[in-house]
Design a protein around this ligand. Structure first.
Ligand code: SAH
Ligand code: SF4
Length: 362
């Protein structure tokens, strides 16, 4: 980032070893890196002047080279059900959305990995956004930092945390921005920081097969697959990346995902589209497809958005579909939409700025 002609680097982009390396260049001892790391990731501090165990001259030296950035909040909306959606403005003016979903036994933060998405799934609002770029490591991490500021979660690791889980299910395809997503998740998992375990992080993908294996080996986070169709013809239409990585390739990759077991199952996401993919035959074919893979199934009633061409399956139809799955041993798979009054539910995310431009065009 270039502020007033100075090239200031954002420390939320840095792994611990990168901070140590940069400090070495400034002839600062390693323990300074430990201190800064703790201020950023345990205490949520953004101003070097607030770091009271660091002498004033060193604080000034750090401020000459670095910043600890927080993106701005363009809009904050709270749903009747407690869900909070933040529209976050990045330093170049692009916007992404982050959603906090409180539940009885957990609080989940749904974060974005890209501005928009290149993948154009036919039922997804984000896919209609033309503007696309990968988020940086700092931009991925700072969604979590910002939510922790807003929820009063500092210092990190308090008892009764409000933010316990992370899902990469916001805007974008995380496996198309794998390097940054992986580095960001490693920072977030770090025990001497926010310390959210890999068992409490879920990455959702539309099925970028080569990266699925890599993600399992390298990160070991929980995996969710946006399946939505049980034959290639329909999946090609709903999730066009299927033309590149078809169902057989996808199922094989998931079957080999490291660490799957009955206590660590893959989640299959299945959006219920009226008359499209919601028949009893589809349910039976679904069971056949995932046979032998430790699985959970999430049936997601389609969440409409302005201009969408689908309607959600009726609840009786969804229940019938669920009953077939239940009989085969998959319990309560229907996901209640959260925050739908503020367009925060799955697949409704799209920057308001883009929405605004679209409505201005109309
Ligand atoms: N790109 C990734 C993660 C973001 S989408 C992926 O596709 O998995 C998060 C989930 O919301 C996906 O399962 C997606 O298929 C689903 N989704 C998208 N649009 C939806 C809509 N309008 N209603 C319900 N679910 C939707
Ligand atoms: Fe992209 Fe996921 Fe939406 Fe498909 S469902 S367009 S992959 S964000």
């Amino acid at each position: 980032m270039n502020i007033a002609g100075l090239d200031l680097q954002d420390l939320t982009d840095f792994s611990f070893s990168e901070i140590s390396e940069a400090f070495l260049q400034l002839e600062l001892p390693k323990f300074r890196a430990n201190q800064i790391w703790s201020w950023i990731w345990c205490h949520g501090v953004t101003d070097f002047q607030d770091m009271n165990n660091i002498s004033k001259p060193i604080r000034s030296l750090l401020a000459e080279h670095f910043i600890i950035a927080r993106p701005a909040i363009s809009r904050r909306q709270k749903s009747y059900d407690g869900t909070i959606k933040w529209l976050i403005r990045l330093s170049d003016g692009h916007e992404v959305e982050t959603v906090y979903i409180p539940e009885e036994d957990r609080g989940t933060l749904c974060i974005s990995s890209q501005v928009g998405c290149t993948l154009n799934c036919s039922f997804c609002h984000t896919g209609t956004q033309r503007l696309v770029r990968n988020l940086t490591v700092g931009e991925i991490c700072s969604q979590i930092l910002l939510a922790m500021d807003e929820l009063g979660e500092w210092p990190a690791g308090k008892l009764n945390r409000k933010l316990t889980n992370i899902v990469l299910m916001g805007m974008g395809e995380p496996l198309f921005n794998y390097e940054n997503v992986a580095k960001a998740m490693k920072i977030v998992m770090s025990g001497d920081g926010i310390g959210i375990s890999k068992r409490r992080i879920t990455l959702s993908t539309s099925g970028i097969v080569p990266e699925i294996i890599r993600c399992g080996e390298d990160l070991g986070v929980n995996l969710a697959i946006s399946l939505h169709a049980v034959n290639d013809t329909l999946r090609n239409e709903l999730v066009p990346i299927n033309r590149k990585y078809n169902l057989q390739a996808l199922i094989d990759a998931v079957r080999n995902y490291p660490g799957l077991s009955n206590t660590r199952r893959v989640t299959w996401e299945y959006v219920m589209l009226d008359g499209v993919n919601d028949s009893q035959e589809d349910a039976i074919a679904l069971l056949k497809l995932i046979r032998g893979i430790p699985s959970k199934i999430n049936l997601i009633p389609f969440n409409p958005w302005p201009g969408s061409n689908y309607i959600s399956s009726k609840s009786e139809k969804i229940e019938k579909f669920a009953a077939i799955l239940l009989k085969a041993g998959y319990a309560s798979p229907i996901r209640t939409p959260r925050g739908s009054d503020i367009l925060a539910a799955c697949g409704q995310l799209k920057s308001d700025s883009v929405r605004l431009r679209a409505s201005q065009r109309a």
